[in-house]
Design a binder for this molecule. Structure first.
Ligand SMILES: Cc1cc2nc3c(=O)[nH]c(=O)nc-3n(C[C@H](O)[C@H](O)[C@H](O)COP(=O)(O)OP(=O)(O)OC[C@H]3O[C@@H](n4cnc5c(N)ncnc54)[C@H](O)[C@@H]3O)c2cc1C
Length: 497
């Protein structure tokens, strides 16, 4: 591939690639695997390779694959029911009917799902699923899938992986896209491509409390928004009902839905079960219903003390089935085999995002988005448990296939956009992220507060304008703050109207 450019811009160092993928989670990695081997691909992640939401996924990946008692129609219905029927039915059909193909592919790539003694795959149950259809690797499924995909990508000679490399800005050019990257040594690079895939993950860090990893600041959504791509349903945020209740840290350790799938009870501050007052599916109601019930029960009793109790089950079974959760809770002073564990809802997942079609293409030509930053419409207003890893795989393969089908039409040359990182300029004022997080946590938690959203919107708009016009040094702090503020601005704008 040529490294010539027409317009070097202010960041003089440039490189050209057929495809740039922003994100080394399940979506970005699986896209790289499915792209043609003669394409020159750059895949980046802004921190270390292991820091992403994909690595944190516990419960598993849903799918109908060699399942005699299940079928894709059931999976479709469960997905639509959980999503409040606000899903894109065609996209859901794609998701459930192509699950088998991608599950089989990742098994071939080396992913090791748990099996029964007879050699068949063990499928577990989670809230909202009418059948046992969750494939898992104990309670560390995301780590198993992501590390296997990463090993496969690392073996591809056509793929360059750059970690600790943050995309600071992106622009559309006459030949595709340009991105300003800040490399691990602090230098800047303009990387140009014909096709760009944004796979930058979720937005959890826009909240005070979240299960998400530190990378989840909505950068890709912000870049797409700034370039003029359509962003859809960003206020469709999922709050997981059972995060470990540790109000001391931003990242709340998740206690997987699979624990309720194995029979755990939810208890209020009086250590009484209460779900029967809210939904006939009890603890196995979908996430939004359970989170809602907890908040209502919390208001009724004037307490935020809630518990998850599975201590009545066999201790050895629990230690084998949930080794990571067991160990993590033990380190926090809780033995889940012996006593109830404190939980409370917190931000967990984003259903909205960069609006894409069935090819995972955004409203901008050759700009693709997949994984949690995208809006395929499969989740409706509430994601069914374990459908997001599946979505990341199915729709990143679609992006790769679409790019492959257009590769021959790509231009010969690469235009480089101009970027100015304002080296030597002031850094952003302190406190922007903290203030924005507080606003969102108050205005758009489980039960949105329209008045707080309207007031928060005006403040966040002001902060955003200051960031955009301030001429600040474009370092990682600036990029993250601008993303957090932009995501909050879009969400609050949706909620207030
Ligand atoms: C605790 C937890 C448990 C979960 N459990 C499950 C489960 O059991 N089943 C399920 O289906 N889903 C689960 N999910 C959701 C699922 O893990 C995620 O939705 C999915 O993994 C997202 O994958 P992704 O590739 O889109 O993003 P991620 O895996 O988050 O990857 C994002 C990547 O983008 C990179 N990036 C971001 N911004 C930039 C930038 N500016 N420049 C360069 N790189 C950037 C990051 O460095 C990272 O490599 C869980 C999520 C959490 C948080």
């Amino acid at each position: 591939m040529s490294n010539s450019t027409n317009n070097p811009g202010i960041v003089n160092n440039t490189r050209n690639y057929d495809v740039i993928i922003a994100g080394c989670g399940a979506a970005g990695l699986y896209a790289a695997i499915n792209l043609p081997s003669d394409m020159n691909i750059l895949i980046i992640c802004k921190r270390e390779l292991s820091l992403c939401n994909s690595m944190l996924a516990q419960g598993g990946i849903a799918g109908v694959y060699n399942s005699p008692t299940d079928n894709i129609r059931y999976h479709l219905n469960d997905t639509l029911t959980a999503g409040g029927f606000k899903n894109n039915v065609d996209a859901v059909h794609t998701l459930v009917s192509e699950a088998a193909q991608d599950l089989e592919h990742i098994i071939e790539l080396g992913v090791d799902f748990d099996k029964n003694p007879d050699g068949t795959y063990h499928r577990t149950l989670e809230g909202g699923h009418g059948h046992h259809r969750i494939f898992h690797h104990a309670d560390a499924t995301g780590k198993e899938i992501t590390t296997t995909l990463l090993e496969n990508v690392q073996a591809l000679p056509n793929v360059t992986i750059m970690d600790n490399t943050i995309m600071c800005a992106a622009k559309q050019t006459s030949t595709g896209y340009s991105a300003m990257l800040r490399l691990s040594d602090g230098s800047y690079l303009t990387a140009n491509c014909h096709f760009m895939i944004l796979a930058t993950g979720g937005i959890g860090r826009v909240y005070q409390f979240t299960t998400n990893s530190a990378i989840a600041t909505g950068d890709g959504i912000t870049f797409a928004y700034e370039m003029g791509a359509r962003i859809k349903n960003l206020s469709y945020v999922q709050f997981h009902p059972t995060a470990f209740n540790n109000r001391a840290t931003r990242e709340c350790f998740l206690i997987s839905e699979a624990v309720r799938g194995e029979g755990a009870y939810l208890l209020n501050c009086n250590k009484e079960r209460f779900m029967h007052n809210y939904d006939e599916r009890l603890e196995l109601a979908p996430r939004d219903v359970v989170s809602h019930a907890i908040i209502l029960e919390s208001r009724r009793l004037g307490s935020t003390d809630f518990y998850l109790d599975i201590s009545y089950k066999d201790a050895d079974f629990l230690k084998n089935r949930f080794p990571m959760i067991y160990q993590n809770l033990l380190e926090q002073g809780y033995d889940l085999t012996k006593k109830p564990v404190p939980i409370f809802p917190c931000q967990h997942y984003l259903m909205g995002g960069i609006d894409v079609d069935n090819n995972s293409e955004s409203t901008l030509h050759n700009l693709f988005a997949c994984g949690e930053c995208s809006h395929t419409g499969v989740h409706g207003s509430n994601r069914l448990a374990s459908n997001s890893l599946l979505e990341a795989l199915v729709f990143s393969r679609h992006a790769a296939n679409c790019i492959a089908s257009r590769a021959a039409e790509a231009p010969e040359d690469f235009e480089a956009a101009e970027f100015d990182p304002h080296i030597g300029a002031d850094t952003i004022p302190k406190g922007i992220r903290t203030e924005t997080r507080k606003i969102l946590q108050t205005a758009h938690f489980v039960i949105p507060d329209k008045q707080a959203a309207a007031e928060g919107y005006e403040r966040v708009k002001e902060i955003r304008e200051g960031l955009l016009s301030g001429g600040y040094y474009v370092d990682p702090d600036y990029v993250l703050a601008k993303s957090i503020v932009t995501v909050a601005y879009i969400i609050l704008g949706e909620v207030k109207d």
